[in-house]
Design a protein around this ligand. Structure first.
Ligand SMILES: NC(=O)c1ccc[n+]([C@@H]2O[C@H](COP(=O)([O-])OP(=O)(O)OC[C@H]3O[C@@H](n4cnc5c(N)ncnc54)[C@H](O)[C@@H]3O)[C@@H](O)[C@H]2O)c1
Length: 503
C-alpha cells in the first residue's frame, strides 16, 4: 500500500466528519466528497467541534495539522486520495454502486474501506474494480475519540489489505480489531444490539424506564467495561477457579428465559416511551451540550487508563511513544541539515490550559505548572534517547531540585509552549532552565530551574548516563552555551524580583 498523505472520504455526515477530525488532527490531509454541497459547512463545523476535546487528548508533540478540502465530485476525491473511507447511508445497493464507481477512479494500490455498521465485505466489494484492496473498517461514534475500528475482509480481499489498513489506522491513534470471519453486524454491533433489544423489551413491558436501564449500566458494568471486557470480568467473578466456576454456577441460568433475543415490535407506544424517556434524561440539555460532556469524559477516561497501560489507555500510550519518537527524529533531521538554522533554546512542548487545570480564579493552578514543566522535560529526555525502552533497563533521570517562579497567568483554553536551555551536563547530572510562554503574546509566565540525577533503580544509586545520551546532551549544551545565562537562574526563593520577565 502507498503511504497515506491524503485520506479521501465519501459521505461526510456524522461518521465522515469524525474521520475527518481524527485524520486532520494527526497530520493527514483530507479530501471529503458528498453529494450535498451544504455538507462542506457541516463538516468544517464538525471538525471545529471535535477540536477542543482532541486537543486535550495528549501532550505528545503532534505533526502540523492536515488540510481539509471538499468536493461534490467523487472522481476528484478518488483520483487524489491515498486511502478512501466510505461513509454513505447504510443501504446495500447504494453502497455497492458507489464503491464500484470509486474503484474505477482510484489507483489499484489505494485501499478502499467502508464504515458500514453491519453489511458484509463480500457483498460490498461485489462490483468493484480491484476488489482485493477493499475491507470493512467499522469505527465508533465519536470516531475522533474512540480508538476501536473493526477490520473485516471479504472473499475477494487479498492478503495484506487488512495489515496495510491496520497500519494506517494505528498511525491515526486507533486500535484495529481484526474480525476473523465476516458476520452481519461484525462483533461490536452484534453485542450492542443484543443489549438494545433487551432494553426495548424491558421498556415495552413497562418493567423500567430508559433512565433506569441506563443507571443499571453506568453505575455498575459500564465502569468495568472500559478496561476489562465481559469475559475477563466474569473470569474474576468466578473466584480462584475463574471462568470454569463462573460457567458451572451461572451456566444453567443461560437456559432460563432471562433474555428474549427477538426484538419487540416497534409500536408507537414503545417509540414514544423511548423518546420521552431519553428526553427526560437529557433534562433540557442540547445534543451539542451532551456531546461536549461525553467528549470530555471520554478524554479523561483514556488518560486514566493510560496510567494503567490498559485498553484504550494502552493505545494512547503507544501512540504517544510514536509521536515523541517522530518528533525526536524530525528534530534530529533538522539538526543534521546545515541549511536549517537551529532554534535556540529548544521548544519542547506545545499545549493548552485544560478546563480541569484552573482554580477558583479561572487561572492555571500552581501544581499544573509543575506538570507542564515535567511533560516538557520528558520531551527533552526522549529527544536524547531516555525513552520507554531506556527506562525499561531500570535507568532514568530523577528530579533532585526544582524551583518554579510564577510571573504571569494563563486562562482556560490559552495556548502555552515551553522552551528549555541546558545549562550544565556531566556524567550523572543535568541542569536545565525552562521557560513557559503564553502562545497569544509569547509572554513568559513562569520559569523552572531543575537539577536531575541519573540513577539506576536496581542499584538504587546515582550512576553515569549512557554514553550516547550524555553525548547528545553535551551537544545541546554546547549549542546553548551561546545563549546568555538566564537572569533568573540560581535565584533563591524570596529574593526581590529585579529581572526582566516579559521576554
Ligand atoms: N452513526 C453512527 O453511530 C455510525 C457508527 C459506525 C458506523 N456507521 C456507518 O457509517 C455510515 C454513515 O453513517 P452516518 O451516521 O455518518 O450517516 P449520515 O446520514 O450522517 O451521513 C451520510 C452522508 O452520506 C451522504 N451521501 C449519501 N449518498 C451519497 C453519495 N451517493 N455520494 C456521496 N455522499 C453521499 C449524505 O449526503 C450524508 O452527508 C453508515 O454505513 C453507518 O452504518 C455509523
Amino acid at each position: 500500500m502507498r503511504m497515506v498523505k491524503i485520506l479521501g472520504l465519501l459521505g461526510t455526515g456524522v461518521i465522515g466528519g469524525g474521520w475527518a477530525a481524527r485524520a486532520l488532527h494527526f497530520g493527514i490531509d483530507v479530501i471529503a466528497a458528498d453529494v450535498k454541497p451544504e455538507m462542506e459547512e457541516w463538516i468544517r463545523g464538525a471538525v471545529a467541534n471535535a477540536e477542543p476535546a482532541l486537543a486535550r487528548l495528549t501532550f505528545a508533540p503532534l505533526p502540523p495539522k492536515g488540510k481539509l478540502s471538499f468536493t461534490t465530485d467523487l472522481r476528484v476525491m478518488a483520483e487524489r486520495a491515498d486511502f478512501i473511507q466510505e461513509n454513505i447511508p447504510e443501504q446495500l445497493p447504494l453502497k455497492q454502486r458507489m464503491l464500484a464507481e470509486v474503484s474505477r477512479y482510484a489507483a489499484a494500490d489505494v485501499i478502499i474501506a467502508s464504515s458500514t455498521s453491519g453489511l458484509t465485505p463480500t457483498e460490498l466489494q461485489r462490483d468493484m474494480i480491484s476488489p482485493g484492496r477493499f475491507c470493512v473498517a467499522h469505527p465508533f461514534n465519536p470516531v475522533y475519540l474512540l480508538p476501536l475500528v473493526e477490520l473485516v475482509g471479504g472473499q475477494k480481499t487479498v492478503q495484506g489489505t487488512l495489515a496495510a489498513a491496520a497500519k494506517f489506522f494505528t498511525y491515526i491513534g486507533m486500535h484495529p480489531l481484526h474480525v476473523r470471519r465476516e458476520v452481519p453486524g461484525h462483533l461490536t454491533d452484534r453485542l450492542q444490539e443484543a443489549l438494545w433489544r433487551e432494553i426495548l423489551h424491558l421498556v415495552n413491558d413497562g418493567v423500567a424506564t430508559t433512565g433506569e436501564l441506563d443507571e443499571s449500566i453506568i453505575y455498575g458494568p459500564g465502569l468495568r467495561w472500559a478496561a476489562m471486557g465481559t469475559n475477563l470480568i466474569y473470569h474474576l467473578a468466578g473466584g480462584e477457579s475463574g471462568m470454569r466456576h463462573m460457567l458451572a454456577q451461572f451456566g444453567p441460568c443461560l437456559k432460563w428465559p432471562w433474555t428474549k433475543l427477538e426484538a419487540p415490535e416497534l409500536s408507537d407506544t414503545l417509540i414514544d416511551r423511548m423518546v420521552e424517556g431519553t428526553q427526560a434524561q437529557a433534562a433540557g440539555r442540547s445534543i451539542r451540550e451532551l456531546e461536549r460532556l461525553r467528549d470530555d469524559y471520554l478524554v479523561a477516561i483514556q488518560q486514566v487508563l493510560r496510567q494503567y497501560n490498559i485498553g484504550a489507555g494502552a493505545t494512547l500510550r503507544s501512540l504517544e511513544e510514536r509521536l515523541y519518537l517522530d518528533a525526536a527524529t524530525a528534530h534530529a533531521a533538522r539538526a543534521n541539515h546545515s541549511d536549517t538554522p537551529q532554534r535556540l533554546p529548544l521548544r519542547l512542548l506545545d499545549t493548552a490550559v485544560r478546563p480541569e487545570w484552573v482554580d477558583y480564579n479561572r487561572h492555571m493552578s500552581d501544581f499544573r505548572y509543575g506538570q507542564v514543566f515535567g511533560e516538557a522535560i520528558d520531551a527533552l529526555f526522549r529527544r536524547v534517547g531516555v525513552d520507554e525502552a531506556y527506562r525499561g533497563t531500570g535507568r532514568m533521570y530523577y528530579t533532585v531540585e526544582n524551583h518554579i517562579m510564577h510571573v504571569g497567568e494563563a486562562k482556560v483554553g490559552e495556548s502555552l509552549y515551553v522552551t528549555a536551555q541546558v545549562l550544565e551536563v556531566d556524567d550523572k547530572r543535568l541542569h536545565v532552565f525552562q521557560r513557559l510562554h503564553r502562545g497569544r503574546d509569547d509572554r513568559q509566565i513562569a520559569t523552572a530551574e531543575q537539577m536531575y540525577l541519573h540513577a539506576d533503580t536496581a542499584l538504587a544509586k546515582a550512576t553515569p548516563a549512557d554514553a550516547e545520551v550524555r553525548a547528545k546532551l553535551e551537544s545541546i549544551r554546547g549549542e546553548h552555551a551561546r545563549l546568555p545565562l538566564p537572569p533568573e537562574a540560581g535565584r533563591s526563593v524570596g529574593r526581590t524580583r529585579n529581572t526582566q520577565t516579559g521576554s
